[in-house]
Design a protein around this ligand. Structure first.
Ligand code: NAD
Length: 243
């Protein structure tokens, strides 16, 4: 049985890494997906995917997303807020514009998304808690690593925001947060081989995670498999934070 049969989902940051893996799994589980990223992908979208190009830090993008969901389906069942930027610098060297941009994309965008979409969420299925929001935080939210002040602050904020939203919009909507550890995606492209080795060795699993391993957790939190789970955070970090 497909876990998301007939459901309508929005995935942001859908063109790369974890977001792309989530789109693929959502499709395999029977969902229709509005796939949001800064630019439209080249070539035709696969059946079941509606691409939408836009900056999630702009309220207008979310108006377009909600309008598309309403016009095409009359509802929305899953919102996976996953897009992010990570600009590395210690706090005393981080430009204020780069601080603001990371807070806007990594944190404020989720507020804008919920503000625009919450009225549509969970309206299409009779069972309570059918609307699901899944936020992409990070282990950076719970462990200090040099060079990530704004990213970590935004990711920590998402955990608190997720809890608030779960209480605010339950029981109609469940809200949960995933905290990935080192997952091999294009986000690691600029990182040296030595730093990659160190990151993989820092996990109990002894390796990088794959995007589809985070996607499996997102499917779980988006589906009725997690019907009594809300307001919580799930580490998907290969035991990185346990070490
Ligand atoms: P990625 O860099 O591969 O993909 C991010 C996508 O977001 C890109 O396609 C990018 O174009 C898009 N994006 C960026 N800004 C946007 C904006 N303003 N509007 C719309 N789209 C935008 O990233 P990833 O590694 O797949 O990470 C996905 C999520 O998982 C992120 O929230 C990230 O912080 C989190 N995460 C990743 C790791 C990891 O090791 N890869 C670890 C912890 C958390």
């Amino acid at each position: 049985r497909q876990l998301l049969a007939g459901k309508v989902a929005v995935v942001t940051g859908a063109a790369s890494g974890i977001g792309a893996a989530v789109v693929e799994r959502f499709l395999a589980e029977g969902a229709h997906v509005i796939a949001v990223d800064l630019t439209e992908p080249d070539g035709a979208a696969p059946a079941g995917v509606l691409p939408l190009a836009g900056d999630v830090a702009q309220a207008g993008t979310w108006t377009r997303i909600a309008d598309l969901a309403r016009a095409e389906f009359g509802r929305l069942d899953v919102l996976h807020s996953n897009a992010s930027v990570n600009i590395t610098a210690p706090a005393h060297e981080l430009a204020e514009t780069d601080w603001n941009r990371q807070i806007a994309v990594n944190l404020t965008a989720t507020y804008l998304g919920v503000r625009a979409c919450v009225g549509l969420l969970g309206a299409g299925f009779p069972e309570r808690g059918a609307g699901a929001v899944v936020l992409s935080s990070s282990v950076h939210a719970v462990a200090g690593l040099p060079g990530h002040p704004a990213y970590a602050a935004a990711k920590g904020g998402l955990i608190s925001l997720g809890r608030q939203l779960a209480v605010e919009y339950g029981p109609r909507v469940r809200v949960n947060t995933v905290l990935p550890g080192p997952i091999l995606t294009p986000a690691w492209d600029g990182v040296s081989a030595e730093d990659r080795r160190r990151s993989a060795a820092a996990t109990a699993a002894g390796r990088f995670g794959r995007p589809e391993e985070v996607a499996a957790a997102v499917v779980f939190l988006a589906s009725a498999q997690s019907s009594y789970i809300t307001g919580t955070s799930l580490l998907v970090d290969g035991g990185w934070s346990a070490k």
